[in-house]
Design a binder for this molecule. Sequence first.
Ligand code: UD1
Length: 422
Amino acid sequence: MDQIIIRGGAPLRGAIPIAGAKNACLTLMPATLLSDEPLTLTNAPRLSDISTMTALLGSLGAEVSSLQEGKVLALSSHDINNHTADYDIVRKMRASILVLGPMLARDGHAVVSLPGGCAIGARPVDLHLKGLEALGAELDLREGYVHAKAPGGLRGATFEFPFVSVGATENILMAATLAKGTTVLKNAAREPEIVDLAACLTKMGARIDGAGTSTITVEGVDRLHGATHPVVTDRIELGTYMLAPAITGGEVELLGGRMDLVASFAEKLDAAGISVTETEGGLRVARANGRVRAVDVVTEPFPGFPTDLQAQMMALLCTAEGVSVLEEKIFENRFMHAPELIRMGAQIDVHGGTATVTGVERLKGAPVMATDLRASVSLILAALAAEGETVVSRVYHLDRGYERVEEKLSACGASIERVKEQ
Ligand code: UD1
């Protein structure tokens, strides 16, 4: 297994290109199942989660070709010959459940294993299932699999999500494009990845109104056709690299960065004393001399502060002047990075969904373990600012969501390398 070794202390200066969004790409790929014509995705990120979705779609009979070193994905579902998404693939990634809605909508039946993914709380899929039932699906849970049928096709309906779910909104939205009649989704997620999915589906011939607001209306159509669509910028990768100069000092331009994708996050950086400005090519983040200020953070659905940036923000606040309180409202048990940061000298108290961070002047390098995707990159950020050497193990979590981390950071002056574990 690989490890990443970082020698901290160097201020970062330079430019980092931001890739297409993992989470958008993982919902755009299953959209291929809605049509028998080709779907081409450009600006795709090169990540192990994308390879997992490629394998899952391939197991169903879809063809996925990776072109231009993985930046372009050519997908075709003209010949879906298997309607069972097997546990062996689905357990690797929770987003696998996103094949359920499209397969069911197109062919009237699907069997999908209940998913796995990051160990950040219980993360059930009940809302996905309730939404599909509202559209007329008949569901049966047996031996860890969801058996879904819609013999006469799905029917449009009004469904109100009891709370916001990104994945459930995506699944039901895709299914509704081929349902008979009108579907109204209330309390829908408003994440940029939903807007991106709706834009792609619209190019494929879907009739969708209100994506990006909490009410989405879909007029079902008989069939969808092919399309070409660029994956939206990864706002979580963007926010993560915005924190690199914030934590080390220095100045970095995030190429392709967009303020509207990270507005609430940028506000918190501003409150901490970090400057974020728009440039022609993206965003520039700079930190003046001196320590950052403590700020309080509450994670919320978009446009609030994203849970996927909570661990990284905690790394920054570990060295802030004062006491910061981070409240995790989306996932229970999402503070697994805290004990690892404490190994690096951080002062953090976790009580339920709240972490209280008392800033220290300097973190110290230590051997640490990545526990999930965002936790792993928070340790890398902390290590960039720490005194001495940090060795991060279990970096396969990192490879699920960040492409070429070492390359991107070392181009800005970081001392970071990947080695095979001894
Ligand atoms: C997506 C993102 C993930 C991000 C999360 C929240 C992808 C591939 N992943 O995950 O990176 O952290 O949004 O922004 O896009 N829930 C239920 N029942 C359900 C569905 C969700 O109880 O059927 C709960 C979850 O346990 C969680 C909350 O709802 O507490 C929000 O989860 P959701 O928005 O669905 O997250 P994902 O789509 O899984």
